[in-house]
Design a protein. Structure first.
Length: 311
């Protein structure tokens, strides 16, 4: 019998679940949020569904709620501590699934996260030295480029730590507020389009020899409680999109040790999804100051209420 491959997960709040992350890591899916989202057990998460569909076994989930890729140190995704959290009990992963970056997009950069006192600030920062707390505004013009540099540094550190591991990078996917009949995602929250961040992910992965599960290219939304954190249905939708995106990458000729399992998974019920088509209808340069924006301050929401007819 073939031994199951060991999978590790690197992500943010979307990939956390109580009891599944290292001690001290911030978790979103716990307590009352379990009932609110319907994500009641680890097997309801997107990552558990993908690992199961690929006949793998979870080794470690090093996800941290609120974390960005960019940052001066832990818990930033490119920190040594986050990479080390992908191993456990002397074992290293065969496959790493990476789904992180939505907080980089939401804040618009590490400087804004620090100014707005985000809940996953690098522990090395001195809050007093940061000065007065400020509400973040527009992202700098080079925000996506800075993100890309941090993302590539994260992958380089990961490849150095786990040279035999196959690394899959998921692009950022728009969520849709639960109960809404149309797309709600804010594509230019701080003036830099979501897809500039996705281009940075693709480029960083290519330069570091990693695979891309390009869920964004499938043009679908997943259901999110407030447009970001998946409900149980949203978890199923996103898991199916990841499996489809992995199959698209394999079919394009990308070499992968998971080829046989990906083909089987792509034809399984787990890959069936009711995720609705994405639609970008707003052409405003940013959401800052827009009366339709869900929120753009330190408690930002990636939601647009321009068409509330289906609320």
């Amino acid at each position: 019998m073939t031994e199951k491959r060991l999978f590790s997960i690197l992500g943010d709040s979307i990939s956390t679940f109580e009891g599944c992350n290292p001690e001290g890591f911030r978790v979103f899916y716990e307590s009352e949020r379990l009932e609110a989202t319907g994500v009641l057990a680890p097997q309801d998460t997107w990552w558990a569904q993908v690992v199961g569909a690929l006949d793998g076994e979870l080794l470690a989930n090093g996800s941290y709620s609120g974390s960005m890729v960019e940052g001066a140190g832990f818990p930033a995704g490119n920190s040594a501590e986050r990479i080390a959290a992908l191993a456990r009990d002397g074992q290293t992963p065969d496959v790493v699934l990476v789904f992180v970056g939505i907080n980089d997009y939401g804040w618009g950069g590490a400087d804004a996260q620090a100014a707005g006192r985000g809940n996953a600030l690098p522990v090395c920062l001195d809050a007093v030295a940061l000065g007065e707390e400020r509400e973040p505004g527009l992202a700098p013009a080079d925000a996506a480029e800075r993100f890309g540099a941090a993302y590539e540094a994260m992958l380089a550190r990961m490849r150095a730590a786990y040279p035999r591991a196959e690394i899959w990078c998921c692009t950022l996917c728009p969520g849709r507020v639960a109960g809404r009949g149309g797309s709600t995602f804010a594509y230019r929250l701080r003036g830099v389009h979501l897809d500039a961040y996705n281009a940075a992910i693709r480029n960083a992965a290519a330069r570091q020899g990693c695979r891309v599960a390009d869920v964004r290219a499938l043009g679908r939304d997943y259901e999110g409680l407030e447009g970001t954190h998946p409900t149980a249905r949203g978890m199923r939708q996103f898991a199916a999109l990841v499996l489809r995106a992995m199959e698209a990458e394999r079919a394009s000729g990308a070499s992968t040790v998971l080829a046989e399992r990906i083909v089987e998974a792509a034809m399984s019920p787990a890959a069936a999804t009711d995720a609705p088509p994405s639609a970008e209808t707003c052409e405003e340069p940013s959401c800052i100051g827009c009366p339709h924006a869900g929120a753009t301050g330190s408690q930002w929401l990636l939601a647009c209420n321009r068409d509330a007819r289906n609320c």
